[in-house]
Design a protein. Sequence first.
Length: 155
Amino acid sequence: MGLCVRCGALLAAGAAFCPGCGAAQRSSSGGDDAAAAAGSGLEEHVVCLLCYLVPFVGSIIFYAIDKRPFVRFHVVQSTMFFLCAYLLYQVLGFVPGFFPGAWDPLAFSYYSRIIFGAYWSVMIGFWSLSMRKAYRHERFKLPFLGNFAENIAGK
């Protein structure tokens, strides 16, 4: 059983075309040998999902042992995403102090809740979307980070 490269539908073993969307599938001959030769022994979409689930440690490990371009792209993109998310979180910690009346404890609490609520909503949304797309074997580029990840990973 495999997944369609376009729509992610389940395929019968050795299927040449997807029954759902009709997309041509890559040949399955030697697929397990290619995965083992790449170093991880896991399918590409599973490795990519793990890079988003175990951000920095998983990414470093898979970048070192897995040489497949699709995996490398998601490894670099997930690392950049979590690094930028961490840096943005640190910067936003200072922002409520610049609002008028921010030194009032009630105002500080109000602004912080708005800012960090929006931050977490956006970050969790992009994180879950990235995991879904990676598991469905889609090359999804995050805004601003996808092109950098593609250049670093080497298309």
